[in-house]
Write a protein that binds this ligand. Sequence first.
Ligand code: FMN
Length: 182
Amino acid sequence: MKVLGLVGSPREGGNTEIMVKEILEESSENGAETKIYNLNELDIKPCQACMHCKSHDGECKTDDDMQILYKEMAESDAFVLGSPIYMWQMTAQAKLFTDRLYALMGFPEKLGETSSALVFTQGNPDGDLFEDYINSTKQVFDLLGYPVKGLLVSAGDQTLGDVKNKEDILEKAREIGKDLVN
Ligand SMILES: Cc1cc2nc3c(=O)[nH]c(=O)nc-3n(C[C@H](O)[C@H](O)[C@H](O)COP(=O)(O)O)c2cc1C
């Protein structure tokens, strides 16, 4: 059992990283091997819409660090994608990753039985404000073939590490970490 963590915030030690790590820690305590990547540190280019993948069994021909993640994902049973809300949406780093999953669409044998969880942090204190966006993002991952087993939003996080003081959110993160394994 392997769970992969993908952090879509450029901020080291930020709220996204804290939540993703909390999930991974709980997955680890429940017997999973875990690994974490910060998408900001990887060289992930935008999808070029070349459609090479569609005639090559889901193989993306862009030779960048997304190749590392395709391999990691193929070997993982679940992954957690975390992102701050930037301008009402996920960060550009998280979106580059998400777009590149297009290569795997239509190739279920490449996906395996991988489930997912999505975590968001936002500065605005209204946790329902981006509900439509977050639900449609969930639909994207469900449709791609990574059923979303956990969805978590931490609202009102203005500064680095705010979420550390939110035991309710951290507890929900731990529940997700457990659910991904069981
Ligand atoms: C460029 C930028 C855009 C942002 N846009 C939004 C936004 O649209 N809505 C919101 O509630 N918070 C917004 N925020 C606040 C972040 O989502 C929030 O502070 C989050 O906790 C940061 O996560 P991190 O600590 O993992 O980096 C924005 C922050 C930045 C830097």
